[in-house]
Design a protein around this ligand. Structure first.
Ligand code: PEP
Ligand code: MG
Length: 604
C-alpha cells in the first residue's frame, strides 16, 4: 500500500500548521519518510522525548568543586526565574489567553518548590554529583508524586514539572538520562530529535513499541542498538519531532521507511492485518532454531549473535545462535556513574561465557569514542575535531593502559568459565596489534602471579574495519588467531561517510564496488592462510547480502539475534557453487549498476 500524503505531505503539513496555530481541526493524516533501521510494524501513541532530559549525564564532582557546582545550579535556577518573570512582563498588554498567565504561574510555583530549588543543592553536596543530575533526580521524584494523583488535571501537571526542569537544564547547558514510563495499555512510540546509543540502551529496560528520530544513519550505533530492541525504528525523518504532537496515533513501518500520523480507519485496518501476517512469518522462522545453517551443497555456516549487554544473551540463545560473535563490551560503560571495576566486568563476562554453555563468546575490548562517549574519561572528555578518526577503540585503550589492563584481566578471568575469545577493534597497524598483544601478555602474567585461573589459550583476534587493515592484511594474519570484518566502519572509512550523519546517509553504500572488493579480498586472504574470518557488521544480518558473502567464501556471520532465523533460511536455500562465478564478476566490476544487476541475479 502506498501511504497517503507522499514524501513530505505538504498539504497535510499546511493543515497541521494551521492546527498548531490554534485553529482546531480534526487530526490530519500525513506520512513522513525516513530510513528504517529496524523492521516491523508498530501502532501506538507518540511520546515526544525531551532532548535535554535524555542527555543528562552523571559525573562526580571533586570535593573542592562542589561549592562551584552548587553556585552553577543556583545561577541556572535564578536565570529561569527571571525568564518566567520576563515572560509575565511581556504578556501585559498583549492579547493573550488568560491560561497563558496561569501556566506561567504554575511554572513559577514548580520552580520555587523546595524539591527543585533547594534539595538539589543538598544532593550535589552529599553525592558530589553534577547539578544536572541532581535536578533530574528531583524531577523524577516530583513526577512520580504527580503520577499518583487521582485528579486528571493535577496529574497532567507532571508535564509542567518536566518542562520547568528542561528550562533549567538548558541553562546549565547540560547534556543529558531518564525516559518516560511506557504505557501498559497502549504502545508508546518515542519521537526524538536525536538519540545517543546510551539513550537507546536505556530502552532495553522499558517496553516501547517503536521509535523515530529526526537524525541518524543506518549503521550508527543508535540504529544498531535500536535493532537489538527488536522494535521498528525509523531514523532520519528530518522533522518528526516538530510535526508530531504528543499522544497522536502513529503507524511505524520500519520495513518501508515510513511513519503514518493519525491514520484513518481503513489504513489502520490494513496495517493491523500486515502486522499479524508479519507475526505469523516470524513464528514460522522460529521453527528453524535448532536446524544447522547448511547450504544445499553442504557448506556449513556458523551464525553468531551480536550483543551489547549480558541481558541480550536470552535473545541470542532463543534465536539458536552458534555463540556470541561480538559482545560490544563498551556498553557496560554507558549510562552509569563511574566505571565498572575488574570484578564487575568479570561477572558480566562470566555470565555471558557460562550462558553460552561452551559455545564461543567473542568479547570485543572497549570501542569507546566517536559516537559512544563517556563522561569522566579524560581522553574522551574533550571534543575531538573528528571523533571517528580520533582517540577511539584500541587507540583509546592503548592510551589508557590501566583501564585496558582492568578489562583484559576481567576477560581472561572469565575465560575460565567458557569459550572466550578477545577481539581488538579498529586496528590499523602492526604496531597496534603488537602493543595489544603485549598488554594481553601482561594481564596473563599478573593473573598467573596471583594464581588466578584463566584459559592460557584464549584466541586473540582483530577487527578489520579500516581499509589499511585489508590492504596490509598480512601483518594481521601473521599475528592474530582470527579476524572479524566490521563492515559498518569499513564502509565508513572506505567511503569517507560518517555512519552517524543522516546528511550523508545516502552515500553510505555497502554495495559500493570498492567495499565489495575490500571485503572479498580480506576473506580470500584469510582463507588462504586458514585464519578464521567472520563478518560482524550489519551486512552480516542483511538477507539481501547473505548469498554475496557466502559466494565470497564467508562461513562465519555475526548479527543481531533477530536476524538469525531469516539469514538461516537464506543459507538453507543457497547453492554456493552456483553463486561463485557471479560473485567473482561482482568482485571485478567497478560499475555500481552491474553490481545491482548481479545481486538481483544471485537473490533470484
Ligand atoms: C562494525 O564496525 O562493523 C562493527 C561491528 O563494530 P561497531 O558497529 O560496534 O563499530
Ligand atoms: Mg566498528
Amino acid at each position: 500500500m502506498t501511504p497517503p500524503g507522499g514524501a513530505r505531505a505538504t498539504p497535510a503539513r499546511v493543515a497541521d500548521a494551521g492546527r498548531r496555530a490554534g485553529r482546531e481541526a480534526p487530526p490530519v493524516t500525513f506520512a513522513l519518510h525516513g530510513v528504517g533501521v529496524s523492521g516491523g510494524i508498530a501502532i501506538g501513541r507518540a511520546h515526544l522525548v525531551s532532548h535535554a532530559i535524555l542527555e543528562v549525564a552523571h559525573y562526580t564532582v571533586e570535593s573542592d568543586k562542589v561549592p562551584g557546582e552548587i553556585a552553577r545550579f543556583e545561577t541556572a535556577v535564578a536565570e529561569v526565574q527571571r525568564e518566567i518573570e520576563a515572560l509575565h512582563g511581556a504578556m501585559r498588554g498583549e492579547d493573550l489567553p488568560g491560561e497563558f498567565g496561569a501556566f506561567l504561574d504554575v511554572h513559577w510555583m514548580i520552580l520555587n518548590d523546595p524539591t527543585l530549588s533547594d534539595t538539589p543543592r543538598r544532593i550535589i553536596a552529599e553525592q558530589r554529583c553534577n547539578a544536572e543530575w541532581a535536578i533530574t533526580q528531583q524531577m523524577n521524584v516530583l513526577v512520580e508524586q504527580f503520577d499518583e494523583i487521582e485528579d486528571t488535571y493535577l496529574r497532567e501537571r507532571r508535564h509542567d514539572v518536566v518542562q520547568v526542569v528542561e528550562r533549567v537544564l538548558k541553562r546549565l547547558m547540560g547534556k543529558p538520562g531518564s525516559l518516560p514510563p511506557a504505557s501498559a495499555e497502549e504502545q508508546t512510540i518515542l519521537v526524538a530529535h536525536d538519540l545517543s546509543p546510551a539513550d537507546v540502551i536505556q530502552f532495553k529496560s522499558h517496553r516501547y513499541g517503536a521509535f523515530l528520530t529526526d537524525l541518524g544513519g543506518v549503521t550508527s550505533h543508535t540504529a544498531i542498538v535500536a535493532r537489538s530492541l527488536n522494535v521498528p525504528a525509523v531514523v532520519a525523518t528530518h522533522n518528526a519531532r516538530s510535526l508530531i504532537r504528543d499522544g497522536e496515533l502513529l503507524i511505524v513501518d520500519g520495513d518501508h521507511n515510513v511513519v503514518i500520523v493519525n491514520p484513518d480507519k481503513a489504513i489502520l485496518a490494513e496495517y493491523r492485518l500486515k502486522q499479524s501476517e508479519l507475526d505469523l512469518e516470524r513464528q514460522k522462522l522460529k521453527r528453524l532454531r535448532l536446524k544447522p545453517a547448511e547450504t544445499i551443497d553442504g557448506v556449513r555456516a556458523e551464525l553468531y549473535a551480536n550483543i551489547e549487554l549480558p541481558d541480550d544473551l536470552e535473545a541470542a540463545v532463543e534465536a539458536g545462535a552458534n555463540g556470541v560473535g561480538l559482545f560490544r563490551s563498551e556498553f557496560l560503560f554507558l549510562n552509569r556513574p563511574g566505571l565498572p571495576g575488574e570484578d564487575e566486568q568479570f561477572e558480566a563476562y562470566r555470565r555471558v561465557a557460562e550462558g553460552m554453555d561452551g559455545k564461543p563468546v567473542v568479547i570485543r575490548t572497549f570501542d569507546l569514542g566517536a559516537d559512544k562517549t563517556k563522561e569522566g574519561l579524560d581522553g574522551l572528555a574533550r571534543v575531538a575535531p573528528n571523533p571517528a578518526l580520533g582517540l577511539r577503540a584500541v587507540r583509546f585503550c592503548l592510551a589508557e593502559p590501566r583501564l585496558f589492563q582492568t578489562q583484559l584481566r576481567a576477560i581472561l578471568r572469565a575465560s575460565h568459565y567458557g569459550k572466550v575469545r578477545i577481539l581488538i577493534p579498529m586496528l590499523a597497524s602492526a604496531s597496534e596489534i603488537d602493543q595489544s598483544l603485549a598488554a594481553i601478555a601482561l594481564a596473563r602474567e599478573t593473573l598467573r602471579e596471583q594464581g588466578i585461573p584463566f584459559d592460557p589459550n584464549v584466541p586473540v583476534g582483530g577487527m578489520i574495519e579500516i581499509p589499511a587493515a585489508v590492504l596490509a592484511i598480512g601483518a594481521f594474519l601473521a599475528r592474530l588467531d582470527f579476524l572479524s570484518i566490521g563492515t559498518n566502519d569499513l564502509i565508513q572509512y572506505t567511503l569517507a561517510v560518517d555512519r552517524a550523519d543522516e546528511a550523508v546517509s545516502h552515500l553510505y553504500d555497502p554495495l559500493h564496488p570498492a567495499v565489495i572488493k575490500l571485503i572479498a579480498s580480506a576473506i580470500v586472504a584469510a582463507r588462504k592462510t586458514r585464519v578464521p574470518i567472520a563478518v560482524c557488521g550489519e551486512m552480516a544480518g542483511d538477507v539481501r547480502l547473505t548469498r554475496l558473502l557466502l559466494g565470497m567464501g564467508l562461513t562465519e556471520f555475526s548479527m543481531h539475534p533477530t536476524h538469525i532465523p531469516a539469514v538461516k533460511q537464506r543459507v538453507l536455500t543457497t547453492d554456493v557453487e552456483n553463486l561463485r562465478p557471479i560473485v567473482a564478476r561482482m568482485r571485478r566490476t567497478d560499475d555500481p549498476a552491474r553490481v545491482a544487476v548481479l545481486l538481483d541475479r544471485i537473490n533470484a
